[in-house]
Design a binder for this molecule. Structure first.
Ligand SMILES: *Cc1c(COP(=O)(O)O)cnc(C)c1O
Length: 395
């Protein structure tokens, strides 16, 4: 079966008592057993019968199994948010005295997880330029426990060469972990690219319509001790397993992921091209544009469709504020890949709590606007954007 079909026709582990067409939401916290030995087997992990919904729930398992089927993963683990998945991943990988090699161009909370939270536990964040192989090779040493990247950084839209990073990680025998939230995992073969783990905020593309928070770890099974820690330590001891209700909504999201992505990515390319030709727009950041510095590398790794996030620069911060204030249809909101289009000024919001020096080191510019292109007609989206740009420049 092709991906769109598989997303809809992955069977349940067991036939439902009422032959429900949708996987039911098992909104129960505990499950009963026929006898003491079955109960003991479940609790000791000798069978995978659900016992308690903090660690196993059939609705969540079904969601995980669809993703496993679509991605070719050995194991998939679902969490209550993208950050819960990322922290479960990193807590399963790091140890005190070790270091993580990554980039300064990271999602804000991932950056703080590495530089504040894990730092307090004796883990060093070695933030370097992941697009420069020589710098990465210099940063990695015997105490490096993983290389962690984001496949398209936000808001810089930078793309690193994953095969090169994989070569460095393999040479050292350490995992290459990628936050692949920016491009749906169905668009590329993570295993073939050399990724050992993908972490995803399923709040974004997968949920569709921004219905629920969620996070996913796709594990290709190359590091068995880490896999055990994710399933047996992180899920059990840290908590943060996905709720059955979120799994239900995100399973519906998976069913429409391909069609939504195709539409949103096509609209984004059209709009990015129109923005490039719009007077007053200083620069457009979209890896699907020939003018993007990583255009060829992006296509080679992630295919022709380049996602639904666009950044663009206006002459100064005041113009950015006036642009945001002049929008009539596009919403002033954070989040990515909702069905509706969203706009935000990252420097003053997501990166607002950082100092100007930190923002500069992270290449977050005060002149940048971030857009998430939704499912509306692309002409309507562009009409609102260009009108707001015109107004912002004139006022
Ligand atoms: C949103 C996002 C996260 C965090 O996900 P939540 O579901 O909000 O916890 C992590 N990484 C990237 C790239 C994101 O866009």
């Amino acid at each position: 079966m092709k991906e769109t079909t598989k997303a809809i026709h992955t069977p349940y582990q067991r036939r439902d008592a009422f032959d429900a067409l949708q996987m039911p939401v098992y909104h129960t916290m505990a499950f009963e057993f026929d006898n003491a030995s079955e109960m003991a087997d479940a609790f000791c992990g000798r069978t995978n019968a659900p016992d308690y919904s903090r660690v196993l729930n059939p609705t969540v398992t079904h969601f995980e199994e669809i993703i496993a089927g679509l991605s070719g993963a050995k194991e998939v683990s679902a969490f209550s948010s993208g950050m819960a998945a990322i922290s479960a991943m990193l807590f399963s990988t790091v140890a005190s005295g070790k270091n993580v090699v990554s980039s300064r161009h990271l999602f804000g909370n991932t950056y703080l997880l590495l530089t504040q939270t894990l730092h307090r536990f004796g883990v060093e964040a070695r933030l370097t330029d992941l697009t420069d192989t020589k710098l990465v090779e210099k940063a990695v040493d015997d105490n490096t426990c993983c290389i962690f990247l984001e496949i398209v950084t936000n808001p810089q839209t930078e793309v690193a060469d994953v095969k090169e990073l994989s070569r460095i990680a393999k040479k050292r025998g350490i995992p290459l972990i990628a936050d692949t939230t920016m491009i749906p995992f169905t668009q590329f073969d993570g295993k073939d690219l050399g990724l050992d783990f993908q972490v995803i905020s399923s709040t974004k593309y997968i949920s569709g319509g921004a219905t629920s928070l969620g996070g996913v770890i796709i594990d290709y099974g190359n590091f068995t001790e880490i896999s055990r820690r994710i399933k047996k330590e992180a899920v059990f001891n840290l908590g943060g397993y996905m709720t059955p209700h979120a799994a239900y909504m995100q399973t519906l999201g998976l069913e429409t992921l391909q069609v939504r992505y195709e539409r949103q990515a096509e609209s984004a390319l059209k709009i990015a091209r129109m923005l490039e030709a719009t007077p007053g727009v200083v620069e457009v950041g979209y890896p699907g544009l020939e003018s993007h510095p990583n255009y060829d590398l992006f296509r080679k790794q992630y295919g022709e469709k380049a996602g639904a996030m666009i950044t663009f620069d206006l002459p100064d911060e005041e113009t950015c504020y006036r642009f945001i204030n002049s929008l009539e249809m596009v919403h002033r909101a954070t989040n990515l890949f909702d069905n509706r289009s969203l706009a935000i000024h990252p420097a003053s919001t997501i990166f607002g709590p950082f100092s100007p020096e930190e923002r500069e080191a992270m290449d977050v510019k005060s002149t940048t606007i971030r857009l998430s292109i939704g499912l509306e007609d692309p002409e309507d989206i562009y009409t609102d954007l260009s009108r707001a740009i015109g107004k912002a420049l004139k006022d």
